[in-house]
Design a protein around this ligand. Structure first.
Ligand SMILES: NC(=O)c1ccc[n+]([C@@H]2O[C@H](COP(=O)([O-])OP(=O)(O)OC[C@H]3O[C@@H](n4cnc5c(N)ncnc54)[C@H](O)[C@@H]3O)[C@@H](O)[C@H]2O)c1
Length: 347
């Protein structure tokens, strides 16, 4: 059966990763799109060979019989679109973060459970072979007890030298956090996917760009329910490739490090060594020729397979409940930033 799909949001990520990911699958037709304006949607449809662009999601739902929709709008518009799609019985792949606040994310997760419509959230880096190899070693007990995880996610697209002006991602009316929400959310998801729920956070945000209104650099400390401790650095200005991700697990028996970065050979690496051995001494996976959109392509493939199986989900697929947990961590980080202790004032 050919699945009929459509795009909601026709910007950079839709054009560079999500549409190619859909078109890389068999048995899926991309029939329509909705852009920020009708003109934008029509231009996208013409440029990319889609049959039709609609003015609004409601008009598209009335005009098409869709099986799947991919939502890649600015973050503050995700929830409204996901809600309308679930209520219309359409399976949804929605970009991350799922919302700008935690209650909305939990509300969506509740709606999804009630209606039993397949939904996944775009934490696609889980689909990189290097992080999957690390998770397999973790599940097999090769690390022993995990004491600490170091997480980093950098994408310097707004570094002044890149010449790219800030967009909605740095506008507090459309985003609740800056680099932390846009990029840090990926590695919060990966940390929780590897180690389970996060129970406590502290945070620090820095604005370094002229006129910045949200964090350009964010650091977090985290405690996991498992007892592990976490450190996170994220930014949209610090040097790093795309995705510029680092996950380093320190266990009682071993240490392992994953790099996902288009500047490293093959786009990613995973090294594993005994606890006191030099990192990189034992390479755990063969070099992998990874390209920018490969993880999204595998994510979409796994999601469409689960839609065909009527919701029997691959456990790698990021769920709405897991995305709501990420949102809880982000919300706690926004509050934690205001609760620093001044040094020297303690009695
Ligand atoms: N998973 C990843 O690695 C990854 C990478 C990049 C972006 N993203 C996510 O993808 C989403 C889009 O990011 P982007 O970088 O493509 O941004 P973008 O600004 O390039 O694209 C957003 C698009 O949505 C359109 N839009 C605005 N209002 C709309 C509406 N009401 N209905 C339909 N479309 C509307 C805008 O006109 C624009 O074309 C964000 O949620 C972002 O976090 C994810």
């Amino acid at each position: 059966m050919t699945l009929k799909s459509a795009l909601v949001g026709t910007g950079n990520w839709a054009a560079s990763a999500l549409l190619p990911a859909l078109r890389a699958q068999t048995g899926v037709e991309v029939v329509a799109c909705v852009g920020g304006t009708l003109d934008e949607g029509q231009k996208f449809a013409k440029d990319h060979g889609l049959q039709k662009a609609y003015r609004t999601l409601e008009e598209m739902l009335a005009g098409e019989s869709l099986d799947v929709a991919v939502v890649a709008t600015p973050d503050h518009l995700h929830a409204e679109a996901v809600k309308a799609l679930i209520n219309a019985g359409v399976a949804v792949y929605c970009e991350k973060p799922i919302s700008n606040d935690a209650p909305t994310a939990h509300e969506l997760a509740g709606l999804q459970r009630t209606k039993n419509i397949p939904v996944t959230v775009g934490y696609s880096f889980r689909f990189n072979p290097a992080i999957q190899a690390m998770r397999a070693d973790l599940t097999a007990g090769k690390f022993g007890d995990i004491w600490l995880v170091e997480l980093a996610e950098h994408n310097p697209q707004f570094h002044p030298h890149s010449g790219k002006p800030m967009n909605w991602k740095g506008d507090p009316k459309q985003a609740a956090g800056g680099a932390l929400f846009e990029y840090g959310s990926h590695v919060i998801d990966m940390g929780a996917w590897l180690l389970g729920p996060i129970t406590r956070v502290s945070s620090s945000f820095k604005r370094v760009l002229a006129g910045a209104r949200l964090d350009d650099i964010a650091t977090l400390q985290m405690d996991f329910a498992s007892g592990a401790q976490g450190m996170l650095i994220t930014s949209w200005v610090l040097s790093g490739g795309f995705p510029g991700t680092r996950v380093k697990l320190h266990g009682s028996d071993a240490v392992g490090e994953v790099l996902l970065d288009d500047r490293v050979p093959e786009g990613q690496s995973y090294n594993f060594a005994s606890a006191c051995g030099p990192i990189g001494a034992a390479r755990a996976v063969e070099p992998m020729a990874e390209r920018r959109s490969d993880a999204a392509t595998r994510h979409i493939a796994a999601f469409l397979a689960s839609v065909r199986k009527k919701g029997a989900a691959d456990s790698t697929l990021p769920t709405l409940s897991q995305a709501a947990h990420v949102q809880d961590v982000l919300a706690a980080a926004l509050i934690a930033e205001k609760q620093w202790q001044q040094v020297g004032r303690q009695k």
